[in-house]
Design a binder for this molecule. Structure first.
Ligand code: PBG
Length: 324
């Protein structure tokens, strides 16, 4: 039946009606806040390309973790920036590495906060690639050993979930086997399953000092135009034992997220990445858009498309706003 029997505007007439007709709501429970940890103490340094985002030393990240948990954010994901980098990424699995120390300090101070660790080599290798290299080639199978050692060291430090973001083939199975062999069969794997070779990671690479020193990541991260391949990546990771899947970046890949929602029953995460965040902040600084509204609109779209968990640099601000 059509107009004038049907009038779509009837249920939009007042804020109360709009509230009642609303189909999707952001909740604090959806949010995961990324945290960058650096060496030193008393450090809280702003990331120039990500307004509102800081890099914390271990002592300061403990305070930040308390603050965000008190705001109602259930989980954080750690990225470590070590002082020294080498070809093997030795810092990635050092028992006293930067992420390992951050995780154990925060676990002790805020035991109920869910601590996720990003498992990758790019922040720890001097060449900046996510795996080991031979000449200019990123080596798949040798990298699996280093990645699973890194995941194991995170679990030993007290991580509640490990999240491999390197995009090597077979890393979920390698990590699962290594964790199980050491008594960590209860630690879930959140796989960055459909991670695209994106221009939107630019600000993160400044923050994490993880820009590749030669070449790019296109031989391991996905080609942006590919949709069917993303389903294949996700299905393979589930077969290898992933407990939850991630799509990354978020807004340019909402079709992938919607496909995944139809196809899979596991929790789905979406990463609203550094460049997506920075674009909104930059436009808002110029008064070209209302930054808070734009951020909320972006994040609710991600939930509407099917995400259960949203990784966002705006998690603390949004939780504060949702608390009124
Ligand atoms: C790599 C990693 C990256 C991000 C999360 N994990 C960067 C990359 O692949 O170059 C990007 C996150 C963001 O842009 O916010 N280990």
């Amino acid at each position: 039946m059509s107009f004038p029997t049907n009038r779509m505007r009837r249920l939009r007439r007042t804020e109360t009606l709009r509230r009642m007709a609303r189909e999707t709501r952001l909740s604090r429970d959806d949010l995961i806040l990324p945290l960058f940890v650096v060496e030193g103490s008393g450090v809280r340094e702003p990331v120039a390309s990500m307004p509102g985002v800081l890099r914390f030393s271990v002592d300061q990240v403990v305070d930040e973790a308390k603050r965000v948990f008190d705001l109602g954010v259930p989980a954080v994901i750690f990225f470590g920036i070590p002082e020294n980098k080498d070809a093997q990424g030795s810092g990635a699995d050092a028992a006293d590495g930067i992420v390992q120390r951050a995780v154990s300090a925060v676990k002790q101070a805020v035991p109920d906060l869910c601590l996720i660790t990003d498992v990758c080599l790019c922040e720890y290798t001097d060449h900046g690639h996510c795996g080991l290299i031979d000449g200019e080639e990123v080596q798949n199978d040798p990298s699996l050993v280093r990645l699973s050692e890194s995941a194991l060291s995170h679990a030993r430090a007290g991580a509640d979930i490990v999240a491999p973001s390197d995009m090597m083939d077979g890393r979920v199975a390698a990590i699962r086997n290594r964790l199980d062999a050491h008594g960590f069969e209860e630690i879930p794997i959140l796989s960055y399953a459909a991670k695209f070779a994106s221009a939107f990671y630019g600000p993160f690479r400044d923050a994490a000092e993880s820009t590749p020193q030669f070449g790019d990541r296109r031989s391991y991260q996905m080609d942006p135009p590919n949709r069917r391949e993303a389903l294949r990546e996700m299905r393979l990771d589930l077969e290898e034992g992933a407990d939850a899947l991630m799509v990354k970046p978020a807004l340019p890949y909402l079709d992938i997220l919607a496909d995944a929602r139809r196809e899979f029953e596991v929790p789905l995460a979406a990463y609203h990445v550094s460049g997506e965040y920075a674009m909104i902040k930059a436009a808002a600084e110029r008064d070209w858009i209302d930054g808070d509204r734009a951020m909320e609109e972006a994040l609710v779209s991600i939930k509407r498309a099917g995400a259960d968990w949203i990784l966002t640099y705006a998690a603390a601000d949004l939780a504060a706003h949702l608390n009124g």
